[in-house]
Design a protein around this ligand. Sequence first.
Ligand SMILES: NC(=O)c1ccc[n+]([C@@H]2O[C@H](COP(=O)([O-])OP(=O)(O)OC[C@H]3O[C@@H](n4cnc5c(N)ncnc54)[C@H](O)[C@@H]3O)[C@@H](O)[C@H]2O)c1
Length: 460
Amino acid sequence: MDNPRILIIDDDKDATDLISARLKSHGFLVSVTNIPEDAFEFIKENTPDLIILDLVMPGVDGSEILRKIRLDKKTREVPVIVLTAKLDQSDKVSAFNLGAQDYITKPYEPEEFLARVKVALKGASHGAVAKKIKNILITGGAGFIGSALARRLLAEEYKVAVIDDFSTGRRENIQDMLNHKNFSLIVGSITDETILSKAVEGSDLIYHLAATVGVKNVIEKPLDTVIYDTIGSSIVLKYASAKGIKVVLTSTSEVYGKSKKYPFKEDDDVVIGPPDVNRWSYACSKLLDEFFAIGYYRERALPVVIIRFFNIVGPGQVGRYGMVIPRFFKAALQNQPIYVYGDGKQARCFTYIDDAIDIMLKLSQSQKAVGEVINLGSKNLISIKDLAQEIKRITRSSSKIVFEPYQKYYGSRFQDVKKRVPDLAKLKKISGVTPQTTLPEILKKMKRYFEENPKELDRI
Ligand SMILES: NC(=O)c1ccc[n+]([C@@H]2O[C@H](COP(=O)([O-])OP(=O)(O)OC[C@H]3O[C@@H](n4cnc5c(N)ncnc54)[C@H](O)[C@@H]3O)[C@@H](O)[C@H]2O)c1
């Protein structure tokens, strides 16, 4: 980048003189103002390569300026360094959550300052800032994905609080973490605003996973699905927004509905079935969550990342709510009939949990992911009939594969989705990676898991 253009918004003349002189001597084009309106006038005319913003100026709300910078199309992606005489931890975190790349406190040391400007210009976060995220809240953290995420975050030395009402979550999923010094459990629903507002209070980042899930569950409880999956999410976003806390919201490939355009791309139209087919209550609710999240991002500058999962599988998942892989393993390992619903030609792409967690962490740390909807799935496409045969083969089971009409399990008005394949270009572009565990590897891992934990079969 030749002669990068830097806009400094600061009222401390001595400090800005010192910094500008240093930056100018290194070829930067520097403009300085202490008036927010002038700053936005400047932005209208020129797009700066970097903005340096004093967060605490008399009579000026620095966070509001940062919010506006992130809402303005021209400056949405521009790196921002936040300056201040002193910042407390919550200011640092909310500045980071609002998309600041770095913060620097007074007194400024010119060489160090210059080095950090160069890092910020590359669009990279300064390590010190990323580390400031300490307290993480996971809604639905006693569930399959939430508990795996919590375990991983604890291993990376974050403090993790989980809120879960144990509707589908299980104590076994979090048993190994209950006594960990950095783990805390709040038993309750995300729709309980007293509990939720307290849980959000001390958090720096929220992963929102709590939801009524599973085809069987959704079909039996369409009202719970709508209530928990929309009102619950809106409450999480409301309290996060009040504190400027970033939310990683987990959505689903179900939102593509009955679309037959393959692969599914994030900006494709969705084709959702009618409201009297209970199954669609889930897709519709999760889609509404995405609208809520995007609304909070666009109108209130709340940093959000929306992840659409495609059939995540791994240890800790149960089959009783309709998840197919644990259900097939249980039947195969117990030499019981493996029931395939419909003709078994319906096909899905399965993603291993460890890949999903790795990528979730990458996305939650990426500035490019903020305000975006991103597919998280794999290329491991297989029909359910072939999946049953493969699980039967690798477990050397004597189970019979039995085809049953959907209606027997899901009622007369059930509608299924023939095929679900994610387009992964956006995921690759933003995170740099896609899930790598192949289907044979996934099934091998699952087989080993059930062999080593035979009691899990009883819990499925
Ligand atoms: N597993 C997948 O393949 C998949 C696919 C698409 C989307 N997702 C999404 O990922 C998230 C996690 O799914 P999962 O597979 O781990 O399911 P899960 O059922 O294991 O986890 C959901 C957790 O949320 C909890 N919960 C539900 N309602 C709650 C409420 N009102 N208050 C507090 N806790 C509540 C449950 O007890 C459970 O622990 C969900 O939002 C789901 O929609 C998962």
